[in-house]
Structure formats: C-alpha cells, structure tokens
Design a protein around this ligand. Structure first.
Ligand code: ATP
Length: 306
C-alpha cells in the first residue's frame, strides 16, 4: 500500500480549557479529494491551521508524506500548498506577474512550470490581465495555481466555495479533479455545506464539536442509499399483516394512511401482486430513495446545513 499523503494521529487542540479539536485520527491517500464537513464552529479551520503549522497542536501528530509537521516543519511544508485565509494577491499586477512573484519563494520553478500551471487551471486567455479585473472564481483559480507551483503533494483549501455561484463551484470541482489526475495531488477542502461537498469530494470526514463523527465515501454512501417503498391501500392493517408474512416486520412502518417498507425497487411488482391477490385495493405504490442528506442528518443528529 502506498503511504498516506496526510496522517493525523490524535490531533487535539485545547484553548482556555475548552477542547476545540478532539483526538482526530485519519489518513488521506494520494489523489483523493477529501472534505472536512461540519457546521460552523465544528473545528474545521482550527484543524487546517494545525496541519499547516499556523497554530500548535495541544496533543497528537500530523505527518505529511511521513514527515512530522511538529518536528520538521519546513520539510513537511515543502509538500503542502494551501489557501487558508484569502489568497495573497497583488490586484494591480497581472495574474502572470503574481505567479512569477510567488515562484521566487521556491527554488527551481521554471517558466515552463508556470505556463503548465496556468494551462492546467484554464487561465491562459486572461493571465496577462490585471487581477483586479478577475472574477472571484478566477481569483480562486489563480490562488490554486500559486499554491501548486512547487508541486506539492497536498493542497489544502479552507472554505474554497465561499462566495462562488454554482457554476463557479462546478468549475472548481473540475479543476480539482484535473489536479488529482494530472499531478497526483491530494486535496482537502472544508465546507459546512453537504451539497457542495457532494459535488467535489471522494470522501468526507464529518466533524462536529471538534470530534470526528464518521468518514464516508460519497460513492459508497450513494450506492448504499436504501430504497423505501411507499404503499397506499384501502385496508392498512390487512396489508400490514399480509406483507409481514413475507417481509421483515422490523422494516415496515405505518405512517398515517401509508405503509412504508424498506426494500429494493424490484420488489414492487411482487408486493402489488400479493396485495391484489388478497383483494386489498392498491391506490398507489412507489419507491423513494433515502437521500444523502437524510443519511448525514442521522449521523449528526440533525445538525447539518444541507
Ligand atoms: N483562538 C481561539 N480562541 C478561542 N476560541 C477559538 C479560537 N479559535 C477557534 N475558537 C473556537 O473554536 C471553535 C471551532 O472554530 P473553527 O473556526 O475551527 O470552526 P470551523 O469548523 O472552521 O467553523 P467555521 O465554518 O465557522 O469557520 C469555535 O467555537 C471557535 O469559536
């Protein structure tokens, strides 16, 4: 197995006796877009600030490509590109001038590398314009370009979708995908909006009150989304009794004049036949998918902005 790009081990932050980040432990492999998802005040920014060394950890360890942030800070940071606060940018310079300026902070960034990064983020047509004329989405992309000039293994973006419209968010998602593919980079993004994380991430860590509640692969969560079958009949008790002899009663629920059954959509013809044969009149029968939101709300006990 390849070594994780980021390893967090019991990362904890206490401020004034209050635990703000509580024992976070997880790994992020190469090439993954990973989300920190949690309500405002959950501890996302504090965690990111510890990973990039802007604040110290009270306890625990963060390893970037196996290098300890605490013990070998500068070496660990050579593997990181981050936008934690607003990206530092000179509005009266062009995008290109900004990039050449930041390239001087690192050794060995060639003109070819700058051009490569410009193309990767789709900025080539506007790169010689002043940044003050850029849209928020373009500034965001220039910030990402700046952050990856030195070929980091880990890109960290704190709340990158703030202020972006849906088209801007999709654009950002596409560029991040491209970076994971073409540069093999791993990306961490934070957000309090599941709908945005759903667009961008492979996996999300759900953080609440500084604690890791769960880590979910979004694809697996989607695949595992259970189907509920909603049945409307003229005689609920009779239908309940009949279906309980075929389906597990624990998976059945009566809500008002409807019967709810957790089962595959494919069971619908079978259920219909059973009901009709028993002379129970079927007014309606349809399947609904348990949404991602429903599943996440179950994990957080309802406290999640979707
Ligand atoms: N320096 C500090 N002193 C005291 N409390 C702090 C400090 N920094 C953060 N906190 C508190 O820690 C908690 C977590 O804050 P943090 O900014 O990490 O949350 P977040 O998940 O990033 O939320 P948001 O989406 O609002 O930025 C909050 O309750 C915040 O008030």
């Amino acid at each position: 197995m390849t070594e994780a790009v980021l390893q967090l081990r019991n990362v904890t932050k206490k401020i004034g006796g209050r635990t703000i980040v509580d024992n976070l432990t997880f790994d992020i492999p190469a090439g993954e877009v990973f989300g920190f998802l949690g309500p405002n005040g959950a501890g996302k920014t504090t965690t990111i600030r510890m990973i990039v060394g802007l604040i110290s950890m009270t306890k625990g360890e963060a390893l970037i490509k196996g290098v300890s942030v605490r013990n070998y800070f500068e070496l660990a940071m050579t593997h990181v590109g981050a936008i934690v606060e607003n990206p530092e940018m000179y509005k009266f310079l062009t995008g290109y001038q900004n990039l050449t300026h930041f390239a001087r902070r690192h050794n060995g960034i060639t003109k070819e590398r700058i051009n490569e990064v410009v193309a990767m983020l789709g900025l080539q047509n506007r790169i010689h314009e002043k940044v003050k004329r850029y849209s928020l989405g373009m500034r965001q992309r220039l910030g990402v370009a700046q952050a990856i000039l030195h070929r980091p293994s880990l890109l960290i973006l704190d709340e990158p979708t703030n202020g972006l419209d849906p088209a801007g968010i999709r654009e950002l998602r596409d560029y991040l995908r491209k970076l994971t593919k073409e540069e093999g980079i791993s990306v961490i993004v934070s957000s309090h909006l599941l709908s945005e994380m759903e667009l961008m991430c492979d996996r999300v860590a759900i953080i609440q009150g500084g604690k890791l509640m769960d880590i979910r692969s979004l694809q697996e969560t989607r695949d595992a989304a259970q189907t509920k079958i909603i049945i409307e009949v003229d005689d609920i008790p009779a239908a309940e009794q009949l279906l309980a002899s075929v389906f597990d009663a624990a998976r059945m629920n009566t809500i008002g004049s409807q019967l709810e059954l957790t089962a595959d959509k494919e069971a619908i013809p079978h259920i219909t036949k059973l009901l009709v044969n028993a002379e129970i009149e079927v007014m309606g029968i349809h399947a609904v998918q348990k949404s991602l939101e429903d599943q996440f709300l179950e994990i957080t006990g309802g406290e999640m902005v979707v």
